[in-house]
Every structure is written in structure tokens, then in C-alpha cells.
Design a protein around this ligand. Structure first.
Ligand SMILES: C[S@@+](CC[C@H](N)C(=O)[O-])C[C@H]1O[C@@H](n2cnc3c(N)ncnc32)[C@H](O)[C@@H]1O
Length: 443
């Protein structure tokens, strides 16, 4: 793409950027939904344009903790008006995001460098939170006098919560600033056919050394959803950390399991594979429409042992008591473990929301645990890095439930043994951060 062609691309980026900043930071809407909405209402953009605009938006949210300083130079800090940001300000934001992130189209970057008259020496990609000095140089070229720090890349209130469990907070933030790869869970024995299709489509992949069915996609130029093997149910897209939860659950053929916060059913499908389609899985969610996705996925995967039923998290009827070999609570949570994947989510979350989530998590644990049979298992998982949603929640639950005890298990990522609880961090397998606890009910 030449510089001339880059100009309309740049203008297109200003439009979507203003819209997305306002949608996420003012209206608290997820960036991916806002972007989808924008494209639905602006049909003129082709797939290449959309991909470039998408990259710009997500790079900006990933580095927003630093980039907001440019915005504050032009609009009040407490009430920024994103919709009136000028093209010049937006180009400074986008160029800086590209320098920090290294993921924005080269011709666009050239265009902005030229338009803003930025010296080449300032434009080397930094791609690391450890390069605060380099990042400060580019921001100060645009008039920001404040010295920036890695800690501004997540909300201020999150530091205390992370520090409760992690002494290397900087390491976690560094990981948050990188993109996660795509992980697949393979569901076919005919991997030869699958990998042939990958090779034919120049898809680079490698298999996890420790998690049997996990395959990492490094570089896919085509949509994985368009592959024949996807249509045939040969794989599901599921982060390796999420696959660990299913493995820890350890469902066996012929058992009865309840996935009580099933959502679109990633883990129900995994449990069904582990049970070789034998036995029963009841998949519930408070949002019934999410279960429709699961029904479609189960059909594609030929999983016939999953039954979908709405459940609102409230107390169970007595006929459900002690009726399952295992109950999986993949609880609604802060999702602070997925801030790599959804960089805007960190700017939408508030400590007040976490307080509400804590009470929902506790009540789901109280209510769903009564469905575990004597000798059966209760699995509690979140995609959070905050202790209060994880080990502290489990300790609180166990205080009033002496019928449950933590059951030690092997960490599937590295073979180490756990005390029944495991916090997974991105560096363990280039993955999301997740937490899982395994408890057994006494017989
Ligand atoms: C972490 S997500 C589940 C993801 C899913 N298990 C998967 O693997 O794809 C948590 C789910 O809990 C559901 N949820 C929220 N509040 C709930 C409640 N009170 N009772 C039951 N489900 C609830 C949400 O709708 C959401 O789908």
C-alpha cells in the first residue's frame, strides 16, 4: 500500500477510533461488539480495511494507559469528549499505539510519521513495558510532559488486588501488553487430515508438549472458521488455560456432570469429549440465548449427551440434591485473566462490579454445590487473577462446608502437583490467566 492509498485508510481509522473510544470508555460497551456494530453500519469497508482498522482500535486500547495523556492535552481529563477529537490528535494516538505495539500496517505508520513530521529515531517499535523511557520520548514529542510508567497500563485500583498474590506484577503487565496466540482443542483422531488442511492453507501450528489435544496456531491468514475441518467438528477454539480446567475436572465416560455456568459451552464440549459422548452433561446458564450457541456447536461436534437448561443461579429443587458425579462452576468473574485478549476490558471494569461478582460467585458456589453426589467433585474456575475471586473465595466457602475438601491434582501444564488450587498465568503456556480449584465431597 502506498502513502496515497494510506490517506483514506487513515481517515477510516479516525472514524472508527472516535466511535470505539466513546463506546468503550463512555458507554461501557465491549470493543469487539462496538467494532462489529460500526462495520455493520459502514458497509463500504472491505475485509482488508476492516482488519487494519481493527488492529488500530485494539492497539489503542492495549496502550490506552499511556495514550490517554495525549487525549488529556486536548480535552478535560475528567470528561474527555472522544467524539470531537481532531484527526491530528487521533493520528498521534494511532501512531504512538503502532510504535508501542508494532502491529499497525507499515504504510499507515509511514503516512502518520510523514504527516506529523516525526523523526525516524523516535519510531522504533518498543513492544515492551520495560521501554518506558523510549515511550516517554515519543509522547513528549507530542507535548506530554508527564513521565510515564508501566503501572499506568492497567487501572490504578487493580494494583492492590494483583499484588495480593503476585510479587512480579510488572511481569503480568508485560504479558497483558502482548497478543495471545490462538489455541485449539483437537477433537479428532484423524489429525493427519486436519494438519494437511492447515498446511494447504499455510497455517503454522505446533502441538503443546504437555496438554494432549492442545494445538497452537501461530499465523493464520485464513479464518479458521472457514476450514472444512472446523465444519466437521475436528477442532474447537479454546485457550489452553481453559482446556486445563476440563482436564482438572476429569469427567469419565458414563458419569453425570453439571456445567452450571456453561455460556456458549466450550467446557461442556470438552467434558463431552472426555466422556466419549457417554453419560450425561447438563449445561446451564442464566442467559438462555448463550446456550443456543452451545446447541449449534454440539450438533457440529456430534455431541449428543449435552442437555441445555436455563438456570438463574438460585437455590436448587430438592430432587437435584446430590445428583451429579461432578459440578463445574466456570463462574462469572472480573475476566482480569483475559486482558491480553480483550485489552479494552480493563478500562471498563470497576471495583464496585467486582464486589457484585463476589457475591454472585459465593451464591453460585453455595447453591450449585448441593448438587454434588457424595464422593463427587466440585470444580470452581475463573479467568481472574484476583485472589478474592479465587483462593479466598474457596477458603470462605470451605469454612461453612466441611463436607468438601480440596483434592490435590497435577498441573497439566508442567506436571507439578498442587494442593487442590492452581492459578495459571500467561507465562506458563502463552495463554490466558485462569484459576481452578478441585474439591471432593466426603462419602
Ligand atoms: C466464564 S463464563 C462461562 C464460559 C463457558 N463455561 C465456556 O467455557 O465457554 C460465565 C457464565 O456464567 C453465566 N452467569 C452469570 N451469572 C450467572 C448466574 N447467576 N447463574 C448462572 N450463570 C450465570 C454468564 O452468562 C456466563 O455465560
Amino acid at each position: 500500500m502506498s502513502k496515497d492509498l494510506a490517506k483514506p485508510q487513515a481517515i477510516a481509522c479516525y472514524g472508527i477510533l472516535k466511535f470505539a473510544l466513546n463506546a468503550v470508555l463512555k458507554e461501557n460497551r465491549p470493543a469487539d461488539k462496538a467494532v462489529t456494530y460500526y462495520f455493520k453500519n459502514n458497509k463500504k469497508y472491505g475485509s482488508r480495511d476492516r482488519r487494519i482498522m481493527y488492529e488500530v482500535v485494539f492497539s489503542v486500547f492495549r496502550w490506552y494507559g499511556w495514550l490517554k495523556e495525549i487525549i488529556y492535552l486536548h480535552t478535560p481529563e475528567d470528561q474527555p469528549d472522544f467524539l470531537t477529537l481532531s484527526s491530528k490528535t487521533l493520528s498521534k494516538i494511532a501512531l504512538s499505539a503502532g510504535i508501542f505495539d508494532g502491529s499497525i500496517e507499515a504504510a499507515l505508520m509511514e503516512y502518520w510519521k510523514y504527516e506529523l513530521n516525526v523523526p525516524e529515531t523516535l519510531c522504533r517499535t518498543i513492544q515492551s513495558v520495560f521501554n518506558e523511557d523510549e515511550a516517554s520520548k515519543i509522547l513528549s514529542f507530542f507535548g506530554v510532559s508527564k513521565k510515564i510508567s508501566y503501572s499506568a497500563l492497567i487501572p490504578e485500583w487493580a494494583h492492590e488486588k494483583i499484588k495480593q498474590t503476585l510479587s512480579t506484577e510488572k511481569e503480568l503487565i508485560k504479558w497483558y501488553q502482548t497478543r495471545p496466540p490462538i489455541w485449539l482443542r483437537i477433537q479428532t483422531a484423524d489429525t493427519e487430515k486436519l494438519f494437511k488442511e492447515f498446511s494447504k492453507n499455510e497455517i503454522q501450528y505446533f502441538s503443546s508438549e504437555t496438554v494432549k489435544d492442545a494445538v497452537c496456531i501461530k499465523n493464520a491468514k485464513v479464518s479458521l472458521y472457514s476450514l472444512k475441518s472446523f465444519e466437521s467438528g475436528f477442532f474447537e477454539i479454546q485457550d489452553i488455560a481453559s482446556q486445563v480446567i476440563g482436564i482438572v475436572a476429569g469427567a469419565k465416560p458414563g458419569e453425570r456432570w453439571w456445567d452450571c455456568c456453561a455460556g456458549a459451552g466450550g467446557k461442556s464440549l470438552q467434558l463431552s469429549s472426555m466422556m466419549q459422548n457417554k453419560g450425561r452433561i447438563v449445561a446451564s446458564d442464566i442467559r438462555e440465548y448463550k446456550l443456543d450457541d452451545l446447541k449449534k456447536r454440539a450438533k457440529r461436534n456430534e455431541k449428543s449427551n449435552i442437555e441445555c437448561k436455563a438456570w438463574d443461579g438460585k437455590a436448587l429443587r430438592s430432587n437435584k440434591a446430590e445428583s451429579f458425579d461432578g459440578v463445574l462452576i466456570d463462574a462469572p468473574c472480573s475476566c482480569s485473566g483475559t486482558w491480553r485478549r480483550n485489552p479494552d476490558a480493563r478500562w471498563r471494569l470497576s471495583p464496585e462490579e467486582i464486589e457484585e461478582l463476589l457475591s454472585i460467585q459465593f451464591s453460585i458456589l453455595e447453591n450449585a454445590s448441593s448438587a454434588v453426589k457424595k464422593g463427587g467433585f466440585l470444580i470452581y474456575a475463573t479467568c481472574s487473577v484476583f485472589d478474592e475471586e479465587n483462593s479466598l473465595m474457596i477458603k470462605e466457602f470451605l469454612k461453612n462446608h466441611s463436607e468438601f475438601t480440596l483434592e490435590s491434582f497435577v498441573n497439566p501444564l508442567d506436571g507439578s502437583s498442587t494442593d487442590g488450587m492452581l492459578q495459571i498465568y500467561p507465562w506458563m503456556s502463552d495463554c490466558d490467566a485462569m484459576f481452578v480449584a478441585k474439591m471432593q465431597k466426603s462419602s
